[in-house]
Design a binder for this molecule. Structure first.
Ligand SMILES: [Zn+2]
Length: 189
């Protein structure tokens, strides 16, 4: 469980993104506390680790927040990193990063249908950013704060954002902090 605490805090591209990731991580902690309560398991006990493996090995039975929270609390038996956070070459981490997407996603009240799916995918990409290219990172991370606020870009908006991001160099993609900035740069190309 100490691994969770010892992980370095990544430098997010904007304070807005940092705040958003922090808010969702707080939701993960709440979801996990609820799961422990339901199973009558004490935090920090061997039972918590056992419950964690149970959850990540049957993701389709749990909300994605609970599954992501369990992953954060487990250590990869192959590479020793927090599960899914190991090097790209660790097949066990890659496996659990993929199966997390089988977890349940239920739209929150008063948001467009599909918001929850977009939210959880963007969050997963942001937190596993080294697994993705600079353009994918930019596309998912720049939209994450709006998704948490309950927005969902239309297909046309998403396509337009992608077209603009494609005009940026990978270095620029990692430096931009808002979609407005992307638009500004793309306009000159
Ligand atoms: Zn690993």
């Amino acid at each position: 469980m100490l691994d969770h605490v010892a992980d370095p805090v990544p430098a997010w591209r904007s304070t807005s993104l940092a705040r958003t990731v922090g808010a969702i991580e707080a939701e993960l902690d709440l979801a996990w506390a609820r799961q422990l309560g339901e199973w009558d398991v004490v935090g920090g006990s061997p039972g918590e680790t056992a419950l964690g493996w149970l959850v990540v090995d049957s993701p389709e039975e749990h909300d994605w927040r609970t599954v992501d929270a369990a992953l954060d609390r487990l250590t990869c038996t192959a590479c020793g990193s927090t599960l899914t956070r190991g090097p790209a070459t660790c097949r066990r981490c890659a496996y659990y990063h993929e199966v997390r997407f089988a977890a349940r996603e239920v739209d929150r009240p008063d948001v467009p249908a599909g918001n929850e799916h977009a939210l959880r995918v963007s969050f997963a990409v942001a937190r596993a950013r080294t697994r993705y290219g600079a353009r994918a990172r930019a596309g998912y991370e720049l939209v994450l704060p709006a998704l948490l606020a309950g927005d969902l870009p239309t297909t046309a908006q998403a396509q337009s954002a992608r077209a603009m991001i494609n005009k940026l160099t990978p270095e620029e993609c990692d430096q931009v902090t808002t979609l407005a900035e992307v638009e500004e740069i793309a306009r000159t190309r």
